[in-house]
Every structure is written in structure tokens, then in C-alpha cells.
Design a protein around this ligand. Structure first.
Ligand code: SF4
Ligand code: SF4
Length: 77
């Protein structure tokens, strides 16, 4: 099953991934990271398509996508 990993300590809370996810399954945290930002969270993992859009649009390379046994990050695109 596809999924994503968000590194909350690299996330700056810009919400670009929240708007970009076609499934609408990324939302912002209610607490803050060590950098002082609200950070992105995957709230319905079972609905993730593994499409990688969130990772592609993230300006801080804070998201990795796991799909079909492979971990994708920005440098793979
Ligand atoms: S991989 Fe696609 S479906 Fe899954 S969280 Fe990212 S944008 Fe949404
Ligand atoms: S696009 Fe990246 S930096 Fe912006 S909220 Fe999402 S994970 Fe955080």
C-alpha cells in the first residue's frame, strides 16, 4: 500500500502539499515543530494513491513517498 513520510522538522508549514493532494488527505498539525511551525500530517493513510504530487510540490523536500516497494524523494524525479 502506498504512503508518505513527512519530516516535520523540515516542514515550514506552507500548506502547498495540503492544497495539492488530489485526495485531500494532508492536513496541518495543531502543535508546532521544534522550528516553531505547524507541520503537515497525513490524516487518512489508507486513501493515499502514491501519486507523489505532494513530494514534487514541497519546496523543502520534506516528503518521501513509498510506493510499490520503492522510496521516492525529490532527487528521483
Ligand atoms: S502521494 Fe498523492 S495521494 Fe498520497 S498524500 Fe501525496 S499527493 Fe496525496
Ligand atoms: S509542502 Fe512541504 S514544507 Fe509545505 S506544508 Fe507541505 S511538507 Fe511542509
Amino acid at each position: 500500500m502506498p504512503g508518505i513520510r513527512i519530516d516535520k522538522n523540515h516542514c515550514k508549514g506552507c500548506e502547498i502539499c495540503v492544497r495539492a493532494c488530489p485526495q485531500g488527505i494532508i492536513s496541518m498539525s495543531k502543535d508546532i515543530s521544534v522550528r516553531g511551525y505547524f507541520y503537515a500530517q497525513l490524516h487518512e493513510p489508507s486513501r493515499c494513491l502514491g501519486c507523489r504530487i505532494c513530494a514534487i510540490v514541497c519546496p523543502d523536500v520534506a516528503i518521501e513517498v513509498l510506493a510499490h516497494g520503492t522510496v521516492f524523494n525529490l532527487i528521483d524525479y
